[in-house]
Design a protein around this ligand. Structure first.
Ligand code: IPE
Ligand code: IPE
Ligand code: MG
Length: 245
């Protein structure tokens, strides 16, 4: 009998890191690294669809990335515009539902409209979901959920005693998205940088040296195979490869 770890992940989350270093190694401007990063994203979406995954979540702009020079921030926004304009029709046709998760605060109006349009156009798709974490910070997400709960209690819509994990999770930006089975960070950094702190409580983690623009189906399949060889216990015990109740 196959061990519980033998089935593949249904939801992979990726911290797409290393675009700047990829460009620097080649004496190119960082912007070019980001552009090649978009190509890696395209390849990865396609590979995940072919591998029958259900969700791919990518970290594309963090709440802390505002600290970068204004020029880089605008070029990252420009890339989101370009990606949505160039790929939305194909994504929609291929049955991909697109969601953009993060704070809407501080985003230019045209980006807000583009996000709304992308979500609306693909909202009926069910085959595969691409979650783009944009202007996303996990601590902000948790604080917003806490505020929403506090408002509900204050307004008498719920009792504080009824607050539990599910009540909390339904108020997160990622509400309705299953927790990732596997989290991958590229570029050899061993940190989470404020990504999905709530959702990855029991995700398997993989830190790979590959810089994001070099990421391809090969690295993805390697990560999936490594995932399959792991034993997920969720705090329980395993006996002869079988998960205990
Ligand atoms: C990831 O690449 C993309 C974003 C954070 C937006 P980086 O721009 O962080 O690349 P490095 O880490 O400087 O190499
Ligand atoms: C994390 O990468 C954010 C994204 C990939 C969008 P960073 O490059 O911003 O993270 P740090 O600064 O190295 O922690
Ligand atoms: Mg980085």
């Amino acid at each position: 009998m196959a061990s519980p770890g033998a089935s593949g992940p249904k939801h992979i989350a990726i911290i797409m890191d290393g675009n700047g270093r990829w460009a620097k190694q080649r004496g190119l401007p960082r912007q070019l690294g980001h552009e090649r990063g978009v190509e890696a994203l395209r390849r990865t979406v396609e590979a995940c669809r072919n591998l029958d995954l259900e969700h791919l979540t990518v970290f594309s702009f963090s709440s802390e990335n505002w600290k970068r020079p204004a020029e880089e921030v605008s070029s990252l926004f420009a890339l989101l515009r370009l990606y949505v304009r160039q790929d939305l029709n194909t994504l929609a046709k291929d049955g991909v539902r697109v969601r953009v998760l993060g704070s809407r605060h501080g985003l230019p109006d045209d980006i807000l409209s583009l996000i709304e349009m992308a979500e609306e156009k693909t909202s009926h798709n069910t085959r595969f979901q691409l979650n783009i974490a944009f202007n996303y910070g996990a601590r902000d997400e948790i604080v917003e959920a806490a505020k929403a709960l506090a408002n509900d209690v204050e307004a008498g819509r719920m009792n504080a005693a009824d607050i539990d994990s599910d009540a909390f999770a339904t108020r997160l930006w990622f509400s309705g998205v299953p927790d990732p089975d596997l989290l991958i960070r590229t570029s050899g950094e061993f940190r989470l940088s404020n990504f999905l702190l709530w959702q990855i409580a029991y995700s398997e983690m993989m830190f790979v040296d590959c810089l994001w623009p070099d990421f391809s189906e090969t690295e993805l399949i390697d990560a999936i195979n490594a995932y399959k060889s792991r034993e997920r216990r969720f705090g329980g015990l395993t006996v002869d490869g079988l998960q205990s109740e």
